[in-house]
Write a protein that binds this ligand. Structure first.
Ligand SMILES: *[C@@H]1O[C@H](CO)[C@@H](O)[C@H](O)[C@H]1NC(C)=O
Ligand SMILES: *[C@@H]1O[C@H](CO)[C@@H](O)[C@H](O)[C@H]1NC(C)=O
Length: 460
């Protein structure tokens, strides 16, 4: 749990996505890549099965909250490293669409022809105990604008509709229907705008009590409502093995699940890391049920999971991520695991038929009482025909914290009590001291955004 809290802090730094994209159908400059599609419970690239063999990439972590794909001075040296590693997917937590992404996205595309940027959506809900106001037209405009911005790059593989919104407190499961509604709306938007195939799914926290319910929930109901995939974060493998880590049990539990699954974060830093996870992820023990995973994480941050240190990158809130890159010993270890355990040939024993799950019943760990999803807010409907238009940007008000939502007290609690572990408070302190300095814009919303996201995600 300790690491999960830190991690969600990072993940939650997603903040808001801006998008000045006006030319929705602008000609892609990246080498056109085949989209990743879904058949049954697996990803495919054309006729070939596709496994996520990737890394989580967010230099500066939560406190810096920078978009690494908006600055060629940051992304380009890292893309070189990605090439050395031999990964095929990156996940980026924070994207600022008030900036251009052409240079980085094209560099990614040109490199291994396999690098795909995962563009994480902001966590939908600042407060899962009071989730409804967060699911609004202002928020959806921001989400859709982000889709517009990245739709022009053929190396955009997927979007997350939320990350770790549902956490270990039972009440956070109440947020599930709003995240799922967002997930549905994102998929509908991609379709309505005639974009190339980009997948949409949810990234779940490493929480035993509700992992299976969450998985079932995002894959139940009508086809429009069901996610394209399900991902979860998993920190249970500590330089151990398939059985000691309990991964064998998880594979059993997920056997028969009807959409692709992969790990959106995996890792452990209590032992020397040898990345033996790769062996099992690429082994028939798992490939019939899982489609790979993303190693957490690329840069060394205060929570100590990184494999590359950026000179000066941890100073001053991590704002400057342009320094010299130093490979830590884990870099070579990860590269060697990737090389040693390539994606298997053949179909990996996947199941070719997709299958909806039963919606989970309400119980001691799952509070959602109905399978009905909220209808899309009236004000958001026009985006399907008109497009989302200009995104509000990291400094804008277009977020779940827009308007009066922003004035709620910290802690993600409707009662205003500030809950949370010491981890949560120290992390939020870090955010509080760094983010406002980043944004001298008249609107201080982004400072509040980061604070809320962070505390909301960690303290629940
Ligand atoms: C969880 O939600 C219930 C019902 O709204 C509420 O009574 C309870 O106080 C909440 N628990 C916490 C810890 O917020
Ligand atoms: C595969 O599963 C078997 C049986 O559970 C186990 O003994 C073996 O170590 C596993 N191998 C890998 C690479 O996961």
């Amino acid at each position: 749990m300790k690491s999960a809290a830190l991690l969600s802090a990072l993940a939650a730094a997603t903040a808001v996505h801006a998008t000045p994209t006006t030319t929705v159908k602008s000609k892609p400059r990246a080498t056109e890549l085949e989209p990743i599609t879904v058949t049954g419970n697996a990803f495919f690239k054309g006729k070939e099965r596709f496994y996520v063999r990737g890394i989580d990439y967010q230099p500066g972590g939560a406190s810096a909250n920078i978009d690494p794909l908006a600055d060629p001075k940051v992304c380009k040296p890292d893309i070189e490293k990605f090439k050395t590693l031999g990964i095929n997917v990156i996940r980026v937590y924070s994207t600022d669409n008030s900036k251009g992404h052409d240079e980085c996205m094209n560099a990614l595309g040109r490199r291994r022809h396999l690098c795909r940027a995962r563009c994480q959506q902001p966590a939908v809900l600042d407060q899962p105990r009071r989730p409804h106001p967060s699911y609004n037209a202002v928020y959806l405009q921001s989400v859709f604008a982000t889709i517009d911005a990245f739709s022009k790059y053929s190396n955009t593989m997927a979007f997350f509709s939320g990350n770790e919104v549902i956490h270990d407190h039972k009440n956070t499961t109440l947020a599930a229907k709003y995240v799922k509604a967002t997930d549905r709306d994102m998929r509908a938007y991609i379709k309505a705008r005639g974009y190339r195939k980009m997948l949409v799914g949810y990234s779940a926290a490493d929480v035993t009590d509700n992992r299976m319910q969450t998985a079932a929930y995002f894959n139940c109901g009508s086809d429009e409502e069901r996610s394209d995939f399900f991902a979860f974060n998993d920190y249970s493998w500590c330089s151990s093995d398939f059985i000691t880590s309990g991964w064998n049990k998880k594979v059993e539990a997920f056997t028969g699940y009807g959409i692709p699954i992969f790990l959106s974060e995996y890792g452990c830093n209590t032992n020397t890391r040898n990345f033996g996870e790769m062996e099992s992820l690429m082994h028939k023990n798992m490939t019939g049920v899982y489609s790979g995973g993303l190693m957490y994480e690329y840069t060394m941050e205060p929570n100590k999971y990184g494999i590359v240190e950026i000179k000066g990158g941890q100073d001053k809130g991590g704002v400057d991520q342009t320094g010299e890159r130093k490979e830590l010993p884990e870099f070579a270890a990860f590269a060697s695991a990737l090389k040693k355990f390539p994606a298997p040939t053949g179909d990996g024993g996947y199941s070719s038929t997709t299958k909806a799950s039963e919606c989970p019943p309400q119980d001691e760990h799952w509070a959602v009482e109905t399978t009905a999803l909220p209808a899309i807010p009236e004000g958001a409907k026009k985006y399907f025909t008109e497009g989302a238009g200009k995104g509000p940007g990291l400094k804008g008000s277009g977020s779940q914290w827009a308007g009066d939502q922003a004035s709620t007290s910290e802690g993600g609690s409707a009662t205003g009590t500030s809950s949370g572990s010491s981890t949560a408070s120290s992390s939020s302190a870090a955010i509080r001291s760094t983010v406002p300095a980043l944004n001298n814009a008249p609107l201080i919303v982004s400072g509040i955004v980061a604070l809320f996201t962070l505390v909301g995600a960690v303290a629940l």
